[in-house]
Design a protein around this ligand. Sequence first.
Ligand code: PLP
Length: 399
Amino acid sequence: TEPLFGQVEPFAGDPILSLNDSFKADPRSEKVNLSIGVYTDENGRIPVLGAVKAGHERVGFAGRPYLPMEGHAIYREGVQKLVFGAGHPAVADRRVATIQTLGGTGAVGIAADFLAKHTPGRTVLVSDPTWENHHGLFQRAGFETATYPYWDSASRSVDFDGMIKALEAAENGSIVVLQPVCHNPTGVDLDERQQDAVTDVLIAKRHIVVFDMAYQGFGNGLDEDAAFVRRYAERASCLVANSFSKNFSLYGERCGGLSVVCRDADEAERVLGQLKLAVRRSYSSPPMTGGLLVATVLGNDDLRAQWAGEVGTMRTRMDAMRKRLADEIRALSNEVDVGFLLNQRGMFSYTGLSEAQVRAMRERDGVYLVGSGRMCVAGLNEANVPKVAKSFVEAAQAT
Ligand code: PLP
């Protein structure tokens, strides 16, 4: 018989997830995975946070009714407090509509669906480069995507002038996706002065801003990392996607949030209704177990404090590993510039290595970076840093 799906094209796969599969299949015991964006501890394991474990014990296992479309009430309150900070005027005025989402991906996805319905036909601008799914999720929702300059390879920092110019040149009312902290994949962020200058342009141009904050707490601290979003939300409406995958180490539970800052409480109520509708048409309601865990941690002062301490431990370890790698590289060669490692923040570092250099590291040494030269510094530990440094120097000098 005729095959029904004979014309279906194969899926090339997600390049980073495929690389992760190659890593797993690599028989070498000394291999090092610095590709996929997960935080692993000093022993190379994805940690179970103590606060999450304690929350799990407190929750126990009860009945499993559906959660409402918008998610668990305490979870949503916790998201607002964490993202905007206690006492933020937008939260105090009850003009933020927040829903529990399926991770950060789900948050950006629902944001895209919501915008496609209520502000259709606009151009969507994302940073060049960015997390690849920004293009994919907005295109799926029916938008065309374009980019604004972000990475300056010569200085290995933000191309701030290029970014500002592009935001000024864009059509008024464009949708602009911004990563407020720990930019994926580059690791370079705007400083406070740059954030405020960008905010001025975004507001003057009436652009619709979608903040995608996937690494809150991995930069300088939970509150510090949200400062850009908080200041922006004091001045204008915006959408904020946040993820708990990394900072709760709850990747597979699919926990995140989407908050829409509105002009007043009435608008927020209506926006919340439309977010619920978007959820209903997509997956109906969010999952319960992860939702209960996050809600329990964020909703209890003792667990919340314990969790904040554990986020600090993860952040400090990544910072220490950046420094350790830089020191090891310097000890091997003073010709290889390592300043970028210390200037960049969060889980990722754009190394400036070419695809060929990255391939050489993988094939010769079993050290896996992403083809773009992105290194996940969370995969570094005391045991593998010397090997990575040696591989890095050999690759960098082979240009
Ligand atoms: N947004 C950015 C910028 C990311 O880097 C990621 C994860 O890699 C996500 C969103 C997705 O987060 P989640 O795994 O919670 O869906």
